[in-house]
Design a protein around this ligand. Structure first.
Ligand code: BES
Ligand code: ZN
Length: 634
């Protein structure tokens, strides 16, 4: 199974560059966001996945005015950009991946000259604008077939009557629908006016600005604003036949009417999670925390879009057993959205810190047992990955040189990242560790960060003496492959019962009687650890006794299908087919196709037959992943 008290003031001068017109927010109050965010001026913060040169000229605000055209699967309109530039700079470079640009003008409507350079695969092309002295520029454009966007047919929704749209920006996809500088270290405030057919409701990762207004063509216009500077991958949109349910004073969930009850039940603990997160690491600085449960085509489990987390419906199990997903996306409101990796090669700063934080929220709400079991699953994930790729594989270091593209699976950034913090916590003690993490968030709020900055910060604000430094092995954790020897291993008692049941089953085929009463983590542990080589009779017996193919828990269903297909178990094929036709979550879809492709003349024709049917129903992210597995180039 492959699955992140010191009251120093603003660290001015620590490699931060502020434009002449931006004021230095010295002694910034903890919940304040600067209107214009600083960018880092240090070599380890240079993002090679953007064409922008933010130290010369950068975007500080994006104002979108866009129409959603479902028939043409196109967004069209304008993006007005505010630019902050060094004196004398007359050119600004944006990221553009396939935009159809019709004009670029200054504030007075005068045309500005621009060129679109050569396209680089996966990066798009530089859009170079000769802005002269202009510092407000308007790009008129449209985006068709943008990779960030998935336009769903009514059949792909629960209601079956209306189309649906959602975007997925991380990591570098927003340049396919927004002409801006698409780099996580270049924070921007933004605002938007979006029109859509009147039967659809639009949500975005910014606060809604009043009721929608009816406009011509049986359409409605929705307004949004994000007044805190955010990394541009966090701008997101969804539109469909959706309704909202309040969960608490500042929390709520959106979904299709057919899904809203189940969605609200599964997310019922969200307000308590926000409270717990605040007690742990400081104020929630974004105002509301809403979520939207999307149709199952959504390619991820969740995405931490500010004030509007996007969620897959596949986490709905009926018993909140998979709501660690909500804790995870919520935790990103600190690690990721507040303090952001400046470059994707330091993605563990977002995902690893978040995975640690997620586990702490789970412990607060549900207790040590559940938290420790989930941590033990994460540890098994690290071990599995290291066994697969080797403990000296460069991709197993937390810090990655370039874009993080060599990082192996989620086990490193997420699980090794969270075990790093867990290990530090176990050495310095929870009280000191929590105080350190809280000040890290406070002192870097609304700013980008790098691995080296975190290391320096730990050395300055956490480590007490050389002996402690030696025990912590900080540098090794961040820069070396494999797992350092001081790792704080999970409590072996966490899964003692299940591991005994696995041994019994492996020994004499005894199917555990208590399975029904187990936690989901326990059931996942069992399914992931029993012998992989099973006969059809053994699989039938397991399914019969444990009701595996009837489970409403998609993590467990996935493990069952994986096991069954790996053993060429015919009765599982039609169920796998139905699952793959409905669900687009890459974490499930890619491995299932990979298992089939690994089953030679039995599995490969099945994989190809299913993929021919389902490929068009997947988001570009999922499609790209499965294309690599199947060996099609389109
Ligand atoms: N930010 C990620 C999703 C992501 C990562 C999108 C990298 C694009 C590139 C999100 O917070 C996440 O980690 N989702 C996980 C949730 C899980 C770890 C609880 C997922 O989608 O499975
Ligand atoms: Zn995450």
């Amino acid at each position: 199974m492959i699955q992140n008290i010191l009251t120093r003031s603003f660290p001015a001068g620590a490699g931060l560059l502020l434009a002449a017109c931006a004021t230095v927010p010295s002694g910034m109050a903890s919940s304040d966001a600067p209107a214009i965010a600083p960018v880092l001026d240090r070599p380890d913060a240079v993002d090679n996945q953007t064409f922008a040169r933010p130290l010369e000229a950068r975007v500080s605000h994006v104002d979108l005015d866009l129409d959603l055209d479902f028939a043409r699967q196109t967004v069209a309109g304008t993006a007005m950009l505010d630019i902050v530039a060094k004196p004398g700079v007359d050119t600004v470079i944006l990221d553009d991946d396939g935009l159809d640009i019709t004009a670029i003008t200054d504030a007075a409507g005068r045309p500005l000259a621009y060129t679109v350079g050569q396209t680089v695969e996966g990066k798009g092309a530089p859009l170079t604008i000769r802005m002269g002295a202009a510092r407000e520029i308007t790009v008129r454009y449209s985006a068709k077939d943008a990779d960030a966007m998935q336009w769903l047919t009514p059949e792909q929704t629960e209601g079956g009557e209306h189309p649906f749209l959602f975007s997925q920006g991380q990591a570098t996809l927003n340049r396919t629908w927004i002409p801006t500088q698409d780099s996580p270290g270049i924070r921007q405030t933004w605002s938007a006016r979006i029109t859509a057919p009147e039967e659809l409701t639009v949500v975005m990762s910014g606060l809604s600005q009043g009721e929608p207004e009816t406009v011509e063509g049986n359409r409605r216009a929705f307004r949004f604003a994000m007044d805190k500077p955010v990394a541009p991958y966090l701008i997101a949109i969804a539109a469909g036949n959706i309704v909202r349910r309040d969960l608490g004073p500042r929390t709520g969930v959106w979904a299709e009417p057919e899904t809203i009850d189940a969605a609200a039940r599964e997310t019922a603990d969200t307000e308590r999670m926000v409270d717990a997160a605040e007690r742990l690491y400081g104020p929630y600085r974004w105002g509301r925390y809403d979520m939207i449960v999307l149709p199952p085509a959504f390619p991820y489990g969740g995405m931490e879009n500010p004030v509007m987390t996007f969620l897959t419906p596949t986490f709905i199990a009926g018993d909140k057993s998979l709501n660690g997903l909500v804790a995870h996306e919520l935790a990103h409101s600190w690690s990721g959205n507040l303090v952001t990796n400046a470059v994707w090669g330091d993605g563990w700063l977002n995902e690893g810190v978040t995975s640690y934080f997620e586990n702490r929220i789970q412990e607060e709400l549900y207790g040590k047992k559940r938290a420790e079991q989930e941590a033990a699953l994460a540890f098994a994930n690290i071990e599995e990955t290291l066994a697969e790729v080797g403990a000296d594989a460069p991709g197993t270091a937390l810090h990655q040189q370039s874009d993080g593209g060599d990082l192996v699976g989620s086990a490193i950034a997420y699980d090794k990242g969270s075990y790093f913090l867990r290990t530090v916590e176990s050495i310095v003690g929870r009280e000191r560790f929590d105080a350190w993490l809280r000040q890290w968030f406070d002192n870097h709020a609304f700013q980008p960060a790098t691995s080296a900055m975190l290391l320096e910060d730990m050395q300055r604000n956490l480590v007490r003496n050389p002996a402690e430094a030696e025990r912590l092995m900080l540098r090794e954790w961040i820069y070396e492959p494999g797992l350092p020897s001081n790792v704080a291993r999970p409590d072996p008692a966490a899964f003692a019962t299940v591991d005994a049941a696995v041994r019994a089953y492996a020994g004499n085929g005894a199917i555990p009687a208590g399975y029904d009463g187990w936690t989901s983590a326990e059931r996942q542990r069992f399914l992931d650890n029993i012998p992989k080589d099973r006969s059809a009779a053994q699989l039938a017996a397991l399914d019969d006794a444990l009701g595996l193919s009837d489970t409403g828990n998609n993590e467990e269903l996935f493990l069952w299908l994986e096991l069954a297909l790996a053993n060429r178990y015919e009765p599982a094929v039609s169920q796998a087919e139905q699952f793959l036709a409905r669900v687009g979550r890459a974490k499930f879809v890619r491995p299932l196709f990979a298992v089939l492709m690994g089953e030679g003349e039995w599995g490969q024709p099945i994989a190809r037959r299913i993929y021919a049917e389902t490929r068009d129903s997947y988001h570009a992210v999922t499609r790209a992943g499965v294309d690599r597995v199947i060996g099609t180039d389109g």
